[in-house]
Design a protein around this ligand. Structure first.
Ligand code: ZN
Length: 96
C-alpha cells in the first residue's frame, strides 16, 4: 500500500483529473422520490452493506446525505430485529 501511494504522488500530472472526473453517481433513492426506507426490505438494504456487514459509506454507494441517514436507520433497525446480521460471525450455521 505504501509503495502505491508513493508512485501516485510522484506523477502528479493529470492523474487526479483522470480518476475523479467523468461520471458522478446519483442517489438511487432521490430518483425514485423515496421519503421512507423500509427496514423490512432486506433485499434492498443488502445492497448497501459490505461483505463484512458494515453500512456502506456514502462515498462508495453514492447515496445522498438525507437518504444515507434514513438508510443507516433502516439497517440498524433490521439488525436489531435480526433481519440482517451484525457481523460475519452471526451468519446462520457458523456456530458449531
Ligand atoms: Zn437521495
Amino acid at each position: 500500500m505504501t509503495t502505491n501511494t508513493k508512485t501516485f504522488s510522484n506523477n502528479k500530472t493529470g492523474y487526479k483529473k483522470n480518476r475523479y472526473m467523468g461520471r458522478r453517481k446519483v442517489c438511487s433513492f432521490c430518483i425514485e422520490n423515496i421519503n421512507y426506507i423500509d427496514y423490512k426490505k432486506i433485499e434492498l438494504l443488502k445492497n448497501y452493506i459490505t461483505d463484512r456487514y458494515m453500512i456502506e459509506s456514502r462515498r462508495r454507494s453514492g447515496v445522498c446525505a438525507k437518504h444515507q441517514r434514513l438508510l443507516a436507520k433502516a439497517i440498524k433497525r433490521a439488525r436489531n430485529l435480526a433481519l440482517l446480521p451484525i457481523s460475519p460471525n452471526h451468519r446462520l450455521g457458523s456456530y458449531k
